[in-house]
Ligand binder design. Sequence first.
Ligand code: FAD
Ligand code: NAD
Length: 462
Amino acid sequence: PGSQLPFDPTKKNIVVLGSGWGSTSFLKNVDTSDYNIIVISPRNFFLFTPLLPSVAVGTLSPRSILQPIRYMTRHKERQVTVIEAEAKSVDPIAKTVTFADETEVQGEVSSTTIHFDYLVYGVGAETQTFGIPGVKEHACFMKEIQDAEKMKRRFMDCVESAGFPGQSPEEVKRLLHMVVVGGGPTGIEVSGELHDFLEDDLKSWYPELSDHIKITLVEALPSVLPMFSKELIKYTESTFKESKIDILTATMVKEIKDKSVVLQMPDKTIQEVPVGMVVWAGGNKARDVSVDLMSKLPDAQKNKRGITVDEHLRMAGTDGTIFALGDCTSSSYAPTAQVASQQGAYLARLFSQIAKRDRLADELAQAKAEGRDTPALQKQVEKAENLRPFHYSHQGSLAYIGSEKAIADLVFFNQKIATGGVATYLFWRSAYISTLFSLRNRVLVANDWLKVKLFGRDLARE
Ligand code: FAD
Ligand code: NAD
């Protein structure tokens, strides 16, 4: 790190917002020799989201799936500035970002504005609650590392309170009823992990309570996992049935209260069901900072789901200096890590192309100024101006469904393969451990898996 080249005022600045899948993949791949890079994110680490539900039940330690962003930037050729702060607003005309330090400890300066030549906008999305009463107050989310830690604490609280002497059978039943809202992959994985926790650990540690634990998955649509093939949906449903996880489809959560959840059943009747814990996995919505940015370009940014971009990921309505990627965009691609990381790698290549194009354009201008005839150089400039568009290559979809089973819709030599079961689970594990960003994370995750196999999950409350 000591030998990194410093910030160079003669080079263009790329400001990168976010340290998630999209921005991290960009940072990993970008050639820093042509640009000054400044990263701004409210968290100074990358979070490996696919394994987040495993943290919520104590299979993995939170630290195992985090990677400090400086671990990566310190290996770049030139110094990358990392600022832990939240972008508050972006001015697409003046090309500035205003950001603030929102942590508990702040210095004398905690808010400032900087200029960018290029902006890589990768702030992700937040959890969609549809304004349903009580969701923010009473449910646990599954998006950030704190969410998984909160869910684990809440679950253990429910179990310990149910074991408190003198609890009535109804109260025990309520405390041990876990409702997961959302039958997308997040809700399915959380339900599967909860079931494993129950089977593998709670049955032996809390034998008097384990029979009363009930997991219910609520989904508003007629089916869970609409993005997976029909046979895998059926396989998931039958696995959940065997695991005694109730799936309520065509059922909508209307309100979440302190000790109950209000459901609209398929026949439109309303039922209030007592619960100990609700996990909310209702999908994505645009962050306020993105809504604010889109509102500054109302003619080009009409899709409320997220930022509209062109085939080079340039934000529509701008002069081509703002690029957006991942969950903050609205496109034909699903909001997945796979898409975001391919977009990050693509943008890194695009910026190398842009640097080359600008270098050649400067050379051509110089040659013309000196009165030299340079048709070959002219051709090179024209070629370099032809920037390649983003192309997504779908590798397949994978999800863990509990009971050491996973489902996978894979693409092999243009053939679609749908597979589910224990072998797919082993594939799921090896696929994720190899996608983890560093050797450090791989060792930590493998070590956690081994620890759970040998000693069970850690039930001590933090
Ligand atoms: P994120 O990864 O969400 O990163 C956004 C970044 O922006 C974060 O660093 C955040 O701190 C930062 N940020 C937020 N606000 C601001 C601000 N105001 N200013 C600056 N920075 C800001 N996808 C898959 O393909 N496979 C999976 O198995 C899978 N499993 C998942 C499991 C779970 C539990 C969840 C929640 C998601 C899963 N996904 C999976 C989806 C995947 O995580 C997202 O699609 C992916 O994270 C999108 O990447 P991103 O970079 O756009 O956003
Ligand atoms: P999602 O949007 O896929 O699913 C949310 C579900 O919640 C929807 O099916 C919706 O109908 C339901 N819902 C919303 N409000 C409801 C209500 N009031 N009552 C009942 N049901 C309600 O969200 P997700 O599962 O968080 O996934 C988000 C993105 O992340 C997706 O693109 C997904 O593919 C990706 N992801 C992928 C994986 C994986 O590949 N293993 C894992 C997690 C997430």
